[in-house]
Every structure is written in C-alpha cells, then in structure tokens.
Ligand binder design. Sequence first.
Ligand code: BEZ
Length: 254
Amino acid sequence: MVNDYWKSEDYALHARYVSQLSEEVMRDLAPQRGEQILDLGCGDGVLAEVLMGLGCDVVGIDSSASLVEAARGRGVEVRLGDAQAIEDDAAFDAIFSNAALHWMLEQTALSQRVFRALKPGGRFVAEMGGTGNIAQIRAAMTGALAEIGIAFADRNPWTFPTPEEHRALLEKIGFRVTKCALRDRPTLLPTDVHGWFATFSQGILSDLDLDRREAVIDRMVELCRPELCDAAGKWTVDYVRLNFVAEKPALSEI
Ligand code: BEZ
C-alpha cells in the first residue's frame, strides 16, 4: 500500500527531531562497515544516509511517495511500498527502524517477515512509540473527533506496545531479545502542535474536506494546550519510546 498523506516539506519543518533524536537506536544498532542493512520505514532517508556514510550497504522501504522521493534525492536506494510486505530471505545483517513501526498494525506478521529477511545471526534493532506514547495528543484527537461524531478508536493508526508484550511477541517468533525498554522522552517541538497535527493526522482526517480538517485540527490544538503548551507558548509532546534489540540465532545455535 502506498500513501500520499505525508509531505516531505512538512516533515522536515515540523518533525526533523525524529531523526535528530536517534542516538539510542543508532547506538544499539552499532553499524559496521560493509553490513547490509534494511531501514524499515526510512522516511526521508536522513538516517539511511548516515548509515551509508559509515560504509554500510543500505536499502530503505517506505510507503510514502513524497518521503521516498526525498530519500532518493539523498542518494538512498529505496523501495516504495509497505514494509509489512517484505519478502526477502536471509538478505540482511541488520534490520533497523526509527519511529516507524508503530504505524504498522500487524506486528506479529511484520516481525515474522523481518526474522525471515535476516541472515542467521542478524539483528532487528528499533525505536518505536511505546505504551502511553502521545497520550495527551491522542486524548485531544479523541475529544475533537467525538465532537463531530467520529470515534478515534475506529481510525487509530498506531500501536504502542508495552515492553513485556513486545518482548513476548519477538521471542515467540524465535528472536533472542537482549533489550526491550521503555522511557519517557518529552520532546520540545521546533514549531508548534498545529504543525504536528497537520503532519501526522492527515490520514486520520483524510475523509474530511480541507476546511473541516482545519477546524478539527484547531480544536485538537485547543484541547491539548493546557497540558502541552507552556506560558511562553512552547509546545512539548509527551513521547514515550520503546527501544529493542532482537537477534536471530546463528546457524550454530539452532
Ligand atoms: C512517534 O514517533 O511516536 C509518533 C510520531 C507521529 C505519530 C505518532 C507517533
């Protein structure tokens, strides 16, 4: 499935921190020169470009045509398509993902495909939203949509697992999980929460005409202002990160 809800310019303006705040997942990945790495949900390719600069052989996959175009503009080899449908077999030393897995609702099927796509001894290293992620944002969405008769739960595009459930899911598939940890990461926005909603809620609001969409976003902004906006007008979003490292056993271990 390919989507056109994302706009790379909006992403660069309102959400550049997504790649800037990637030290932990990049440290966990510990990329080595010459490794073949798949970047799942590579977005506009900023981190794939960093990995290429470290001498890795990188391919990205993303379902947004706009973000894929931006990534290709950076020289990244990218597949346009659904990361949940990868069909590679023992092709990668590492499969990496930053801030993308929570958009993929079929986590078991996805992780099974990742397992198959890794070489024996390969690793799946990711950062995604974890339980409690963007709770105030979701409360504002729920409230604003309820006012116009829409249930947010019916169109919630995200999954934010607990570390316990995600570890169990990965272990059941056969991964050895060496890390699966949750942390709060309140994040000061470079612009404001209107920009956040405009960037990330287009899919949820796609059936509304543009005027209605704008009115709903304005209402979401007002509903989360008391919790997320300080006296100086600065917005901080209540991100919660789940970081994990999961290894596919080497042939000698099977
Ligand atoms: C996240 O990175 O946690 C996230 C970003 C946009 C929408 C939802 C979650």
